[in-house]
Design a protein around this ligand. Structure first.
Ligand code: HEM
Length: 387
């Protein structure tokens, strides 16, 4: 037999029953005229705190939310407090997770609601102390349910994040081992290729195929290097690196596709305190991605860099079709790709490089078309680095 649902369980735990639903419903009809006022008080409190205020887009959104909150009061008071009610509340909780409202603000928010409703209970039930007490308890139990559901939305979210992290770590370990094992056969292919070329390299047709084999072996080697860089957990080997010569050196061997005009706009003299090899791989991956996005879209790909007070920001921009919305959300996750070629490690590696330096990576579509990926690295090594 399946056990009680989360909602039934939590209702039993706080002692919320039919009698509470009835009391709340009757109370709801009496306080209808007060709801917009307490909704005003609620958002005034939220706007008064800099951290909480940050999640609002603008005042017109707050104005709209006031009416949403009035609806929330109405449905909470009128019930019915069944599974459909629970599902709707879970959705509301998820919305707050989505807008990244810190969970701790929920406690204070619920207290604001609690205090306002308590005052209304006092006001509307002043004559009957027993009823006042019962109603006040019903309000408390209802708000305990609401808070429990809000917090469940947050917990569900962090459970899902953790599960994904563990899944990726598992994939990473297996992939890393396989990658490592593939190095040997690739090495053998490479040396045999060298010998075959010496004997048959004069024949143009054979030579063309040998070139292709070599190119593909190199590409397989690059994939393995990305994979191993991704799963390796070593601190970057930091040194003061001059960015422009580094970028030019790293990109030197990349073939610019026909129809693409490639620009490096990194100022002379700009330095970054980082691991030259890792930064190089990140930049190469970004530019390779940009080139691939441009295969059917002639135009410009550029690498630029600027220095802010605390960071060096490297941007790679293309004029291709941009990221599909689905992909944009998870662009930095390993194995996410829409390309027929490539295994989706490029951007994951870029983010890993950023994180290992204590920086960040962002991807977006440009208003003028095409994609932009930004790699931000702190100018000085942070005291604590994310692994
Ligand atoms: C007692 C606690 C709270 C309740 C009952 C509540 C209620 C609601 C409801 C009903 C929605 C609409 C959700 C939907 O249908 O998608 C919503 C969205 C939202 N809430 Fe809350 N909220 C609470 C706490 C907070 C706090 C503390 C903040 C910020 C400080 C906040 C900011 C927002 C924002 C920004 C949205 C998104 C609006 C949008 O989609 O445009 N809420 N809230």
């Amino acid at each position: 037999m399946p056990g009680p649902s989360f909602f039934e369980d939590i209702k039993a735990y706080v002692g919320f029953g039919e009698a509470d639903s009835t009391l709340l419903r009757e109370f709801g009809t009496k306080v209808e005229g007060d709801l917009i006022r307490i909704s005003d008080v609620f958002y005034e409190r939220m706007l008064g705190h800099p951290g909480a205020m940050r999640v609002f887009e603008d005042l017109s959104q707050v104005q709209r939310l006031k009416y949403t909150l009035v609806e929330w009061f109405r449905s909470g008071l009128s019930g019915p407090h069944g599974e459909a009610f629970y599902e709707r509340r879970l959705q509301i909780g998820r919305r707050h997770v989505q807008i990244e409202l810190p969970q701790q603000y929920m406690f204070t928010a619920m207290d604001v609601v609690r205090l306002e409703l308590r005052a209304l209970v006092e006001q509307h039930e002043s004559a009957d102390s027993q009823r006042r007490r019962a109603l006040s308890d019903a309000v408390d139990r209802w708000l305990d349910l609401e808070l429990a559901i809000m917090l469940k939305s947050y917990r569900d979210h962090s459970d899902a994040l953790l599960a994904r992290k563990e899944r990726l770590a598992g994939i990473g370990q297996v992939a890393g081992t396989i990658g490592h094992e593939l190095r040997n056969p690739l090495g053998v292919i490479e040396s045999s290729l060298y010998l075959v070329r010496r004997r048959l390299g004069e024949d143009d047709r054979v030579s063309k195929h040998l070139d292709r084999i070599e190119e593909q072996v190199r590409s397989a080697g690059d994939i393995i290097t990305d994979l191993l860089d991704l799963v390796r957990d070593q601190a970057p080997k930091r040194e003061l690196v001059e960015l422009r010569p580094l970028v030019e050196r790293c990109l030197h061997e990349l073939q610019v596709p026909s129809g693409v005009s490639f620009e490096v706009r990194v100022p002379e003299g700009m330095t970054v305190d980082g691991d030259a090899k890792l930064i190089c791989r990140a930049v190469v991956n970004l530019v390779k991605n940009a080139f691939e996005a441009m295969l059917e879209h002639p135009g410009v790909v550029s690498v630029s860099a600027l220095a802010t007070a605390s960071e060096i920001v490297i941007e790679v921009v293309d004029e291709g079709p941009g990221f599909e919305p689905e992909i944009l959300r998870s662009a930095f996750e390993p194995l996410v790709t829409t390309r027929s070629q490539g295994v989706g490690l490029g951007l994951a590696l870029v983010q890993r490089v950023a994180q290992r330096h204590g920086g960040s990576a962002e991807a977006e579509n440009r208003a003028t078309g095409g994609a932009l990926v930004r790699l931000s690295l702190p100018r000085r090594a942070p005291a604590i680095q994310r692994s």
